[in-house]
Design a protein around this ligand. Structure first.
Ligand SMILES: [Zn+2]
Length: 452
């Protein structure tokens, strides 16, 4: 008998952790960090239902922090088993965990956030991250692997970020699929999600279970850039270092080809982490589509491209005049180099800030995209005079139609558990599973255990 406990990403979109108990063995599918507002972040402090040294293995779907960020804490607390993931995910996970340890250290040293004293817990440091990397066992798509002697597993492409997978587990004759985060169809950089096939239970993400993405992200970006160039100031694009920065670079390259005027605007990538991710795209050419003109000097084909690696190179951008594009992380402006670019440009009426991604409640990006007039940053109060634009079409998550399309590739009549979504979107996905497919479907609740 197998039991599944929803430890994270149930009622929230972060902290993905699903605990399987099979024949006395304990297996986590994903082991992510809770992120966002304080109430959600504090869930990282809730003890796990099973002690870390009682976990036998972890199966990772992809390298985003909300799916891998808790791993070094697990290792620090005594976990000694294997961590399975695809080869590109091993590389992404390394970059993400290095950055996570670094950010925790930085917050400790800074001692405040949004002007308030702030001493967050230090969950782990670089040493724990280095130890975690030694537990990783990389397995390519479609290669069956044994987990803890009780489960057979295999990965298939989820099309969400480079290396992302959904995983099919064979447990005592049942086929159980965990979607991880599901990507999209027809994207320029990544292949479509693969079909599901035969399945008895499916644990499915529902981030956009109740919404449909704007259909023309490229045209929307073109309009945003035209408007920003007409204002005459800096164009700041907060973008997640993984995938979003690459999506934006490729979109800019495409627009540059359509409009040679645009190619005269310099493009500055100020994100060492995004650069490391660009390197992963180079190392795994089979894990993404081939892009014309992609060279180290013109990544993803972008002309007039400038990479800024050191802090001094980053600060040099403060003195650039006229329209220029700055792409920097984090995507929700919750930390990282983007903060000093926002500090410089938010009060400038000529400047434009373009948010190309989801902004979760409580982040600086959320406040800015929801009409904040004043922002507190680095101990100062800043008026928001720059134009703020929010483009949601660049999402790396399937929307409602795409989730439905993917679920339509399942054979059999599975039981669906909706995870990784706010209450409304999870409920909407469960309703689709019932009405469109005639399946049993439930919204997963944190702490609940079901028998598979
Ligand atoms: Zn993800």
């Amino acid at each position: 008998m197998a039991e599944l406990t929803f430890v994270g990403a149930a009622g929230t979109v972060t902290g993905s952790k699903h605990l399987l108990a099979v024949d006395g063995k304990h297996i986590f599918v994903d082991c992510g960090m809770f992120q966002g507002v304080t109430d959600v972040r504090s869930l990282n402090d809730v003890p796990l239902p099973v002690a870390a040294d009682d976990i036998d293995a972890v199966i990772v779907t992809h390298g985003h922090l909300d799916h891998v960020g808790y791993l070094p804490k697990l290792v620090r607390d005594g976990f000694s088993g294997p961590i399975y993931c695809t080869p590109p995910t091993e590389a992404v996970l390394g970059v993400v965990l290095d950055d996570s340890a670094h950010l925790q250290q930085e917050l400790q040293e800074r001692g405040y956030q949004h002007q308030r004293p702030y001493a967050p817990p230090m969950y782990y440091d670089q040493r724990d991250v280095d130890r975690t990397k030694r537990h990783v066992r990389a397995v390519p798509y479609h290669q069956e692997f044994d987990v803890a002697g009780v489960v057979k597993a295999s990965y298939a492409n989820a099309g969400h970020i480079i290396g992302s997978a959904f995983v099919t587990l064979q447990i005592e004759g049942r086929r159980v699929v965990f979607s991880g985060d599901l990507g999209r169809y027809g994207r320029p950089l990544l292949d479509d999600p693969e079909p599901i096939g035969a399945v008895d239970d499916i644990v499915c993400e529902s981030t956009y279970g109740d919404r449909v993405h704007p259909p023309q992200p490229l045209a929307d970006l073109r309009t945003a850039l035209d408007s920003a160039i007409a204002r005459g100031g800096a164009i700041v694009i907060p973008a997640f270092a993984i995938e979003r920065s690459q999506d934006i670079l490729l979109a800019i390259a495409t627009l540059q080809q359509q409009d040679p005027q645009l190619a005269r605007i310099p493009v500055h990538l100020d994100s060492p982490m995004a650069e490391r991710v660009d390197d992963i795209f180079e190392r795994f050419p089979g894990a993404h589509k081939t892009i014309a003109g992609d060279t180290p000097a013109t990544p993803f084909g972008v002309q007039n491209f400038h990479a800024h690696r050191t802090t001094d190179e980053s600060k040099a951008l403060n003195h650039v005049a006229g329209p220029h594009i700055i792409i920097s992380a984090s995507g929700m402006a919750s930390g990282g180099r983007i903060l000093h670019h926002l500090y410089n440009h938010l009060a400038d009426p000529k400047a434009t800030i373009i948010f190309p991604g989801y902004q979760s409640a409580g982040t600086l990006g959320y406040y800015l995209t929801h009409g904040a007039h004043t922002i507190h940053l680095y101990g100062d109060s800043l008026p928001v005079r720059a134009q703020i634009l929010h483009l949601e079409g660049f999402s790396a998550h399937a929307d409602q139609n795409e989730l439905k399309r993917w679920l339509g590739t399942a054979t059999g009549s599975p039981h669906l558990y909706a995870v990784h979504g706010e209450a409304e979107s999870a409920a909407a996905l469960a309703a689709i599973a019932r009405t469109a497919f005639g399946w049993k479907a439930d919204v997963a609740h944190r702490g609940n255990t079901v028998t598979l």
